[in-house]
Write a protein that binds this ligand. Structure first.
Ligand code: PMP
Length: 371
């Protein structure tokens, strides 16, 4: 199937992957680089897979300019498992602060509460999670083991475009960032981060791989009850090989990293090109929604997500018709999250600007026909 005939897939995750990556994986499925084995069939301790994981880590570090002060871990369990793994590794004194900005950080707070005393420094749910109050207004606890926030709320469509600097606010707690749905979409401000984690199944690869970026000085703080396979210090020491890592997912992630390094857009290359295209894609859809008489997004403009754009119809009874017509037009997986209704367009790195333009044309046409 050629790139042109493929439908545009707006899934929130697992999400579309770059076609060249899928094609290369298909070509190498039964025989990776002439070694006589597919990647799924090779030992994680053999020289072939060693070269795959080492190159993947090298490329990821180059893309995101990850400092040497951070270990990069390829783990399993996804974002929800990290909600438990993080407190098991970091909640030494049992005090965890959480900024609740939407559905995912709310879940993080609830899970951490199984292991620690959780304090919600702010909670925007009563106002519908449409804005982010400034960090200066959060009720931070100086003595917290860490402060958790979600840099992009996949369901609510709210993104931190700048991570807060807690030090001027008198808080030395390390910042833990759930970056599941915006990692690799833009640079990360490592100076503000203690630990970041995210499942791969949005911008990076198949579900089953979790990326963890952890400041090395935070290693070695795990509670005695922390499972060894989830002990960051142990996993880092063994180069993500304490247990068998998700080898095929890591291989696909490596192909995505190589694709991202060579990605070109608007005269830019690599992550700068990816970020520029993400800005342009989101701007095109928000501009349409803001001028539409039928569709709208209610998130405060300064905190609107570039990755996940929930939107609604002023005539909600047309929602299902709209989703079905979009599917028939080759615009897939636009149904909103079940907790919100409406529609949601996820514009991850592998979604080209042409896909967003096709979506805007479709929505415009739908509005003309039903307005
Ligand atoms: N955090 C965020 C921001 C997410 O978007 C998701 C998944 N959509 C999760 C956590 C949970 O990830 P997983 O399903 O991989 O556990």
């Amino acid at each position: 199937m050629s790139a042109r005939s493929r439908p545009f897939n707006f899934s929130a995750g697992p999400a579309c992957l770059p076609l060249p990556v899928l094609e290369q994986a298909a070509a190498e499925m039964c025989d990776w680089q002439g070694c006589g084995m597919g990647v799924m069939e090779m030992s994680h301790r053999g020289p072939q897979f060693k070269s795959i994981i080492e190159e993947a880590e090298r490329d990821l570090r180059a893309l995101l300019s990850v400092p040497d002060a951070f270990a990069v871990l390829f783990m399993q369990g996804g974002g929800l498992a990290e909600n438990a793994i993080v407190p098991l590794n970091l909640a030494r004194t049992g005090k965890v602060d959480v900024m609740v900005s939407g559905s995912w950080s709310a879940k993080s707070a609830d899970e951490a509460a199984r292991y620690a005393d959780v304090h919600r420094v702010a909670d925007t749910r009563a106002e519908g999670c449409l804005d982010l109050p400034p960090a200066a207004s959060w009720s931070l606890r100086q003595e917290a083991d860490y402060l958790h926030l979600c840099s992009n709320e996949t369901i609510d469509g709210v993104e931190f475009h700048d991570l807060p600097d807690l030090r001027p606010l008198g808080c030395d707690a390390p910042l833990v960032v759930d970056c599941s749905s915006n990692q690799l979409s833009r640079p990360m401000d490592w100076s503000r981060i203690g630990l970041a984690f995210g499942g791969a199944q949005k911008n990076i690869g198949p579900a089953g791989v979790t990326l963890v970026y952890v400041r090395r000085e935070l290693l070695g703080r795990a509670l005695p009850t922390c499972p060894s396979a989830f002990n960051y210090e142990r996993v880092a020491r063994e180069g993500s090989m304490f247990n068998t890592p998700p080898t095929y997912g890591i291989y696909i992630a490596g192909l995505v990293f190589r694709w991202a390094l060579g990605f070109e857009y608007a005269g830019l290359r690599g992550l700068a090109a990816i970020e520029r295209q993400n800005i342009d894609k989101a701007a095109a859809l928000y501009a349409f929604l803001d001028r539409s008489a039928l569709f709208f997004n209610a998130v405060a403009p300064a905190v609107r997500s570039r990755m996940n754009i929930p939107f609604f119809l002023r005539e909600p009874q047309l929602t299902d018709t709209c989703v079905q017509a979009a599917t028939a037009a080759g615009l897939l997986q636009l149904k909103g999250h079940k907790s919100k209704g409406g529609l949601r367009a996820s514009l991850y790195n592998a979604m080209p600007l042409a896909g967003v333009e096709a979506l805007v044309d479709f929505l415009q046409d739908f509005e003309t026909r039903h307005g």
